[in-house]
Design a protein around this ligand. Sequence first.
Ligand SMILES: Nc1ncnc2c1ncn2[C@@H]1O[C@H](COP(=O)(O)OP(=O)(O)O[C@H]2O[C@H](CO)[C@@H](O)[C@H](O)[C@H]2O)[C@@H](O)[C@H]1O
Length: 757
Amino acid sequence: MSSLRCPFTAKAAMASSMENPVSLGSTSTSRGQRRFSFPAFHPTTYLHSGANCAEFGSLNCVDGDPFAGFSCYEGKSWRNKVLRATGKNANTGEDADDESCDLSKIEEGKEILAQQKNLIQQIAERRKLVSSIKKIIADGKQYESPHIESAAVFPSLDLPWSGEEHDRKYKSGIPSDSYTDSSLVEALKTYSVGVSGDFGDEDQEPNKTTAFVKVSSPVDASKELNETIQSMIKPSSLQTTSDAYSAKQERLDLTEANVDNVNSELRMIPEEMESKSPPLAGDNVMNVIMVAAECAPWSKTGGLGDVAGALPKALARRGHRVMVVAPLYGNYHEAQETGARKRYKVDGQDVEVTYFHAYIDGVDFVFMESPMFRHCQNDIYGGARLDILKRMILFCKAAVEVPWHVPCGGVCYGDGNLVFIANDWHTALLPVYLKAYYRDNGIMKYTRAVLVIHNIAHQGRGPVEDFAYVDLPDHYKNLFTLYDPVGGHHFNIFAAGLKTADRIVTVSHGYAWELKTLEGGWGLHGIISENDRKLRGIVNGIDAKEWNPKFDVHLKSDGYTNYSLETLQTGKPQCKAALQRELGLPVCDTIPLVAFIGRLDNQKGVDLIAEAIPWMVGQDVQLIMLGSGRPDLEEMLRWFESQHNDKVRGWVGFSVKMAHRITAGTDVLLMPSKFEPCGLNQLYAMMYGTVPVVHATGGLRDTVQQFDPFKESGLAGTMLLNITRKSLLQPSISDFPRTLIFLIAAERLVIDVENTT
Ligand SMILES: Nc1ncnc2c1ncn2[C@@H]1O[C@H](COP(=O)(O)OP(=O)(O)O[C@H]2O[C@H](CO)[C@@H](O)[C@H](O)[C@H]2O)[C@@H](O)[C@H]1O
């Protein structure tokens, strides 16, 4: 008992603890460590009851002290308190004088005794939990990486036990007792948003405000959804395990309506998040491991980084145990070394990885350090093709084993109710390794892998000979081999991932459709169509805390200001003026300010903007472009700025701060993307009351409601291209200025209306 740290004085603790029972169910501490979920109980009384806290060392998250941060007493003080309260002499334990034993003390004593009884029961339950976790840890230590055991191509063949034995050892593990595939779908749906639902405030005249998105209240819909799913997956007690499993798989076929009813929790503003907690996963709690090559705020080149940083937090809020695995490219001060180290074969060489861990907002962030990832911070997809391939091979081989080797909050995830979420081609090898090394050998039989397509244009292509690097048996070669007119016979990692993944998710309904077309599938349309039954479009959500003009940390200085729907009329013009001033443009509220933010490549339609610039600079308009990528497009930005210094700013580089400030300060955000799986900038724009002008393609069409000047409905502008699906992907350049004229006219109207009221 004396080894326990007692951060509170006895007096303070007495004052607070008697009145405020502390919930040990808290999942985070001041040190950001995970705690296990226990029912609320009185910690001080608990200690008095004689339980040995050291026993919780195995649950321990912080320096051997599982309860660090909770007030606790020396047992003696509590003994005295209880004795006094029950009318005993604190020193002798004998009956105290009658006069010191008044009625209220007796009552108090009874209460404490009742609490003690209750606690003894809780302790017994917890002891059971502790010993089962201890067992898992002990078992986990026996497990050695198959990759190190043998240099053989098929490491899992060397695994120390059969699948059945493995199941026996681990399936009972963490923390739920039956795998439910359906809960994965439910888990994924947690993240999706009903962006196309509510736009704007009903009380607001549509032409009077810009596109300030009314945050929808998804709780009812998602509660309903949760109930529907739970009823679908509830296994019958009469079924055998395998029967139940296949029955669950059948029940997985959720209706489109259910998927559309997805929870838009991520779009809730923080107050709403607090007042309306999201529907919990309930019985369908899962261990979810998101594996991504980038994760904001530590590493980000685009939307994947944003999603990998935001989606897991939303899943964790639903009650899932969630981990993100990403490479460690630089020094991340939040992350602590775990002590776990493993070696994996890559191109015949042993490569060591060490693991770092941070627990933030309910999510375990695990960073994988290796010489292969070091110093890539500013160019994470850079280098020679083979170097990138080897990095991703290492990443995926190691990521599959993270649930065994990396303790998070003291306990590894194990494979109970486990689902991996792999993202894009970089991690498309993960479902392949999961199958080839493990599931084919009866291990991790119930672990599932979802592959998310954020952008099909990048596929991990190479010559057929690249197959030799991935360390897979010959019969896996076919999965990777693809023929198309562009690549001929080639090696394609995305193709193999799509074929082996249990589910394929893409980031909008529109893109799910486009992926199956010749123009949208980039050579993989055939494979995607063949796997249509596994495919689901779920619209991206955003981190509504990070991207919220009310709380945006980048709007707190340099003349910017935070604003909300209520203060939009003053806040947004102030941000616009600050932006104009910061970039050295004439400060004028009535000049429409138009902006572009994004990667400078073919996808984003920057060339369409370039075509329009000569016309635009003839108008009373200002243009800001922030981007990095293709050197010729970067040069183009600089050139336009130099030619039209009073109207155009071309910021070449990657600046999160500027992205936030531009989103807040600009009137119009251009997204003339030739294709766009979802797009996040238009969602951010709508949060900030900025009109998105988008090409009606993929996720842009799904999320942006067209402004109709006749009905005065809709809050944004999609490009008015009256074209077929095919030409949607190759928009006519000449249509673009017309759209812009329309939008600028609409914007002027907005400004004029505001000025006259
Ligand atoms: N120079 C710069 N400086 C600062 N920030 C910059 C920047 N350039 C881009 N960004 C930021 O990067 C993100 C870009 O996200 P997008 O979704 O628009 O595009 P991306 O094509 O990268 O993502 C892919 O994945 C996402 C996620 O699924 C899909 O939405 C999308 O359609 C798909 O192409 C935004 O947060 C944006 O602000």
